[in-house]
Design a protein around this ligand. Structure first.
Ligand SMILES: [Zn+2]
Length: 296
């Protein structure tokens, strides 16, 4: 209790400090900490109409919701946003209560997505304006990860070459909404060529290649002082039962590559001691502290 209250107070202090303009670079690490924080933001939940898209029967999963978190990594050397939600802030109006938004994809498919708060408002609450974000990374190009990418077109985009090429090819890949990331075409970019990319140069935040779901799909390792190492899954899995029962979405770019990536990431979890956070696992995600609270 006391610890949580302390954490909330600390988060409030940081928000105030950030609002005063003494941004990330000046944040002093707490005693015993490294100054590294991971914020989990609520970017909605997708209602899955047909779990067969994941080779799962409805009775094999506990919920037919897929959470859609966005993440902010606060490092003393800057801010990184990881994934940007399913519905652009500009396309809906928060009411203060959860609402169901129907999204139509370019191929005519629709998705019902529960939304409560805009990404911009959640960032604002922790004292962060999108223009202050130094790095943007998306786990991959599907619509439910790119919605607000355009807010961060001033950041340096950390993307695999194959992923970027697929995103801007004349016929975009399925399950994408190219207008949501069109602004990234001219954004500063670092094309990631190696298996791992050390975002801040100190090994604490690593982007690792995990292709298969899309050609340049990637996952994010965050080594937190108190929480320990956390690996954000991207869409290596959606439902946790894909992992326990060995199932695969039917819409993988390359299913065999995903199989290899899953084995590779299992070994990586062993090696790093990280715990896997399956981003779309609504039940696990529900249990996480949300911004303005954070993990450190
Ligand atoms: Zn997804």
């Amino acid at each position: 209790m006391t610890f949580d209250r302390h954490r909330r107070l600390a988060a409030g202090f940081v928000a105030a400090a950030l609002a005063l303009g003494s941004l990330a670079a000046s944040a002093e690490p707490a005693a015993g900490g490294t100054g590294l924080r991971l914020y989990v933001l609520d970017c909605g939940a997708i209602h899955v109409a047909d779990t067969a898209r994941y080779e799962l029967r409805r009775e094999e999963v506990e919920t037919d919701l897929l959470s859609v978190p966005c993440y902010l990594v606060h490092h003393p050397r800057g801010l990184l946003v990881w994934d940007t939600g399913a519905v652009p802030d500009a396309e809906w109006q928060p009411t203060g209560r959860p609402l169901v938004h129907r999204l139509t994809l370019p191929d005519g498919q629709s998705r019902d997505i529960t939304l409560t708060r805009s990404l911009g408002a959640q960032l604002h609450d922790i004292g962060v304006e999108p223009s202050a974000v130094r790095f943007l990374a998306l786990s991959h190009y599907h619509y439910d990860h790119t919605a607000n990418a355009g807010l961060f077109a001033g950041a340096t985009w950390l993307v695999r070459r194959v992923e970027r090429e697929a995103m801007f090819q004349p016929t975009p890949p399925g399950t994408t909404r190219p207008q949501t990331y069109a602004a990234l075409r001219g954004a500063p970019v670092t094309l990631l060529e190696r298996d791992e990319h050390d975002v801040f140069g100190d090994g604490s935040v690593m982007i690792k290649s995990a292709p298969g779901h899309t050609p340049g799909h990637q996952v994010l390792l965050v080594r937190l002082a108190r929480t320990g190492a956390v690996l954000l899954s991207g869409d290596l899995y959606h439902f946790p039962q894909e992992r326990t029962l060995g199932r695969f979405p039917v819409f993988e770019f390359d299913r065999e590559q995903t199989r290899r990536s899953r084995a590779d990431i299992d070994a990586y979890l062993q090696r790093t001691g990280a715990i896997l956070w399956i981003q779309h696992d609504a039940i696990a995600n529900d249990r996480l502290r949300k911004a303005p609270d954070y993990y450190d």
